[in-house]
Design a protein around this ligand. Sequence first.
Ligand code: DON
Length: 564
Amino acid sequence: MKYLISPAFFLVLVLAVTAQDKFNPYQYSISKHFTGANGAVVAAHPLASQVGVMILRKGGNAVDAAIATQLALAVVYPGAGNIGGGGFMVIHLSGGKDLTLDFREKAPLKGSRDMYLDANGNADLNKSQHGHLAAGVPGAVAGIFKAMPYARLPFKQLIQPAIDLAAKGFVITGAEAADLNDDRELFVKNNTRPTAFVKDIPWKAGDTLVQKELAETLIRIRDQGKKGFYEGKTARLIVAEMDRGKGMISLEDLKKYDAVWRDASVFEYKGHRVVTMPLPSSGGVLLPMMMKMTARFPIDSFGFHTPKSVQLMTEIERLAYADRAKFLGDPDFYAVPVKTLLSDDYITSRLRLYQPDTAGDSRRIASGDVTKESEETTHLSVADKEGNAVSLTTTLNGGYGSHTVVGGAGFLLNNEMDDFSVKPGVPNMYGAVGGEANAIAPGKRMLSSMTPVIVLRSGKPVYVTGTPGGTTITTSLYQTLLNLIDFKLSALDAVNQPKFHMQWLPDTLYVEKEFPEALKATMERMGYKVNSRGHIGRTELIVIDNGKIEAVGDFRGDDTAAGY
Ligand code: DON
């Protein structure tokens, strides 16, 4: 499938992305499906995918391509691609090693448990979600440099496409124009200096977005490395922005920030080895819990999108997410009982609560609302011809994060502080509740749902996948993996077929609007409260089968699969 971004602005010239080793920022196309043998990149924006493939063609490996793609996304996909946010990277090296890198943001050292409570003890979600105080200490640039020892090409080469895209500009898609227009007031309200994202007349597809200040920041990172962001001029600009907007990030926070290698969360499922991110990714606990529960049932014989399989999966999602709220948080600050949660005995005890053919009942406590539709985290998957693979999810949290652009430095800060439990029982922007385990503490990382995944068979990567979507991330991936492994769907269907989501609280089964009506009605008859909502996630999938590489970009956005 190929779509022109804007027939009004582009010649009808659909270049096969496979044939390109250069990219044209003023004329490009979205491509949803790639098959080939040498390498592939799937990312949320065609230009970012093309940058990744160009790096592969120039001799870079999957890590080189992932770094270059992430940096390009920070320019061409400002709603979620970032240098002012954080994320997780899962790497499989062809020699057999699996690595997981945590570059999640941290609470500033001046942060405290009750920092978002007002004088009456009520949570002020405006402060945790918008503007300067919502920002955690960014981790993205530290993550990139932590991963560099596994890259092959010089960093200067990996960052140059992003610098060029920022300095010379690129044409924006219709989706980007709509998002920038929707959020205009938030940009105006949360900034102390003019930003590249606000102009006098509405944005439209085909307009050129130039980000001169961002280009200068990227040049400082190119020339000074990690210090080009965490020290010197960029750090001073961040702190000056904090001073103007009553934020908390200090020079000390920036200087002390580092990314960390963690022990991967690894589990077996029906002849597959699933490698994913451990805490502070909740997915590293929830995905194995859900798949271990699923393995107790012959779900393949229940069939795809049958009442029996959807009911079982919904109840499994409910059981896992109930534990998320209570137990999960930054393992550097809170003793999370991961071993117990993943033990066979515990899985057995949880499944005693399962009743087939009828809706379960989440306990009645404060419930949230996950109907707000934000797609503004972003995932990219890369595979190279040598057998290396990278699965990388990165986020500003909400679309365009805090909407605060660092004056003079041109990049958006995240609003990741809202992923903490700002008050026990008060739902965050994804309706997730939490307590002690995920309470704010200085230097602590907020719990995340980001779940980049690499699945191996006989030690070799077969699936490289991940998605944005807040708390729906882990349930989306659970479904994508079952779609592939149990229901034997094609790669395209595994990604594009409608998804559903249950997260314990609220006690509601959310389904995409394309979810079959008859199935929805059957679920309602079983006692489920079913709500239709907008799209769930934007899954990027690479399937590797006997040297054949197939890549799929989710139909739900501008996502593009490219390769050579
Ligand atoms: O880390 C998390 O769980 C969230 N900040 C992710 C946000 C996200 O996926 C936004 N997209 N819907």
